[in-house]
Design a protein around this ligand. Structure first.
Ligand code: KG4
Ligand code: ZN
Length: 337
């Protein structure tokens, strides 16, 4: 069984082909970062237009890489939400049209579930149930993953997502969009700083929810009072990253205790953060647990995770609901979704 996966929920056009026995056999990715940098953030209409421009050439490219013809595909999986409506529609319409022309099923994939499953691509022995820390540009969630399609949200952010807080803090200090990874690199280079520790939001009260907008404001005030040079940038980046990692570690420990789960899966773009990866590895090994990360390229948006999620749902017997095209800007992962 060969499943084509199509990801267009935000600013990456990703296509990949997952095969039953062989696993992932080809993937291609086009990032729109250069397009949006000029505006300091993703411009939804430009994102949609760019997806339309690249979908067909990328399909040809991924098929050529896999040495396959279109009619050898058995199903088309596509991200149907959550994400930017226009961007989602480009992928959904493309996938539905292709599936109709080939008379093959089209499978709608939840982007968050695809992120959760991404770690399995490199760890095929990773079985349910497990706890997931989903940390991306749009989400900061702790999720009890019981089985394929069966998830329970345990904790969520009340305001900014952690990736968003990274990007906004970077922007405050003049680092171009999306500054999260650059901010993290500055923090790693700085190694030490002499600032008082930044606050770890909502760790002084029970519960598994997050809030990061106050931390971003704290970074802004510290930056305004600083010498605003490279040294100050590095120090603030490091103090900010330390507070984020510490907060996430505290909440993960609580969630492990609450669920009794020993396996943690990390998902989403901020999962590429080295300090977070190190912190979680140490935490889980000291508590007798195990942590699974996707490879760096599968932390951020990609077609591989969509092809894989579509394949799993198809293998479970999921059917194409028909010709209607439905996308969802919001699509929470809840039990039975
Ligand atoms: O999962 P993703 O590609 O897109 C969403 O679905 O949101 O995540 C993108 C987010 C951005 O906010 C980006 O700045 C952040 O992940 N990010 C990082 C790192 N690499 C990407 N944040 C912190 N450290 C990194 N190394
Ligand atoms: Zn994502």
């Amino acid at each position: 069984m060969y499943v084509l996966g199509i990801e267009t929920s935000c600013d990456e056009t990703g296509l990949a082909i997952y095969a039953k026995e062989k696993g992932l056999i080809a993937e291609v990715l086009h990032s729109q970062i250069d397009l949006h940098r000029l505006y300091g953030g993703v411009v939804p209409e430009l994102a949609s237009r760019d997806h339309i421009k690249y979908l067909l050439p990328l399909l040809e490219e991924v098929l050529a890489k896999a040495k396959m013809k279109k009619n050898e595909l058995d199903a088309i999986a596509y991200t149907s939400g959550p994400g930017l409506l226009g961007a989602l529609l480009t992928g959904a319409c493309f996938a539905k049209a292709l599936a109709f022309a080939l008379q093959k099923p089209a499978i709608a994939v939840n982007h968050l579930e695809a992120h959760i499953l991404a770690a399995q691509l490199d760890n095929p022995k990773l079985n349910f149930p497990f706890l997931t820390l989903l940390v991306s540009g749009g989400h900061t969630q702790l999720i009890r993953a019981e089985a394929l399609g069966v998830y329970e949200l345990l904790g969520d952010t009340l305001d900014d997502a952690v990736g968003e807080a990274f990007d906004k803090t970077a922007k405050i200090m003049g680092i171009p969009y999306p500054g999260g990874a650059t901010l993290a690199a500055l923090a790693d280079e700085a190694k030490t700083h002499d600032l008082p520790p930044f606050p770890c939001p909502m760790t002084d009260r029970p519960g598994l929810d997050f809030s990061f907008s106050g931390l971003k404001t704290h970074a802004l005030l510290t930056w305004k009072k600083s010498s605003q040079d490279e040294r100050a940038k590095g120090a603030i980046a490091l103090a900010f990253q330390e507070a984020i990692v510490k907060t996430l570690l505290i909440k993960v420990s609580r969630a492990m205790e609450f669920t009794g789960y020993k396996r943690l899966v990390v998902a989403g773009g901020v999962g590429a953060n080295q300090a977070l990866r190190q912190g979680l590895t140490t935490l889980l090994s000291s508590s007798g647990g195990e942590v699974f990360f996707p490879r760096l390229a599968y932390c951020t948006d990609n077609g591989a995770m969509v092809a894989y999620a579509g394949y799993l749902h198809l293998a479970k017997g999921e059917k194409d609901p028909g010709l209607n095209i439905e996308v969802k800007a919001r699509w929470p992962l809840s039990v039975g979704s």
